[in-house]
Design a protein around this ligand. Sequence first.
Ligand SMILES: *Cc1c(COP(=O)(O)O)cnc(C)c1O
Length: 394
Amino acid sequence: MDRFVYADNAATTPVSAEVFEAMKPCFETVWGNPSSLHTKGREAKKVLDDARARIANVFSCRPDEVYFTSCGSESDNWAIKGAAHRMKAKGRTHIVTTKIEHHAVLYTCQALEKEGFTVTYVGVDGDGVVNMDELKAAVDDKTALVAVMYANNEIGTVEPIAEITEIAHAAGALMFTDAVQAVGNVPIDLSQLKVDMLSLSGHKLHAPKGIGMLFIRKGVFIDNLIDGGGQERRKRGGTENIPYIVGLAKALEVAKEQLPDLTRVAAMRDRLIEGLTKIPYSKLNGHRTNRLPGNVNVGFECIEGESMLLLLDMEGICASTGSACSSESLEPSHVLLAIGVPHEKAHGSLRLSISHETTDADIDYILEKVPPVVARLRDMSPLWENVQKSNVNQ
Ligand SMILES: *Cc1c(COP(=O)(O)O)cnc(C)c1O
């Protein structure tokens, strides 16, 4: 192995040194329960309040609009189930979402269907952009919630959230966006973007796994998901995870400071796209420009994505075929099917998700290693012969 290149940052990221340092005192000294009235408790409460205020500052929102959860999936579940259950009393029992959401959103919507809610799954175009006409037609006075992801985790396409928010609000519905992939990769100012709720997850931006956040705008009311103690202004029970909350605050501040550096990341992404799509019978999945700065997703005909991953892993390259969650199943990605990739081609995609830590030398290395792996797998594929024959006959 000449090199080790981690290009799977959309699945998870390592905890950065700054975040680790910021969390350390919370294990060593600030270990109190913020609900305790004594010195140890007050010390922890102060650290908690400070982290919340700093996060509010990052997003230009109010500290009391920040709710800590255990992960992105919990935030997604809470936003959707909480809004649906609350809005039901107003006769609103319909949810509008898209076909390309993360499973934390899709399966939550399916669970609500079993309870009697109706859900419209709006389609997307060939680049993965939400079909706005379809969305407009779906939203009406029975709609409780519109849930559309800010950016897709597999193909990186960034959605027109501001425009979708206007449509939701015009119909009196709440607007929620799963911004787990977008936060840290796209500037988000919640004094400008009028969404009612937004979810994020620590481990996608160099904080630890097991910390998430839900922004709930002041004046927006949703039912609780986790009942319990009076934490998070009585809306989310559970003793606060102070070290991880402090880690999340640090990670969000660092990510905001590093936003200008994303031009460099996007340039590396473009070099990867250009190089990989030079391989014959390959195609970029997702929008060419309106995509996350670190996301590359290329489909190769006559290739099994899993085999490609194993061979790349042997070369020291960590990549993915789609979302880490679906790569354990043999079902083709619902996102690729939604953008119109045919079933038989949906297995041959490669997702590379790079970050600030990626270097130009890493990109060179990937561009050197992928083409021979693709060629080798195609040589072993009975389908490849047919593709080449049919090409000769044309
Ligand atoms: C990773 C991810 C989630 C889930 O976050 P966890 O913290 O792993 O539960 C939700 N939505 C999107 C878009 C994601 O990429």
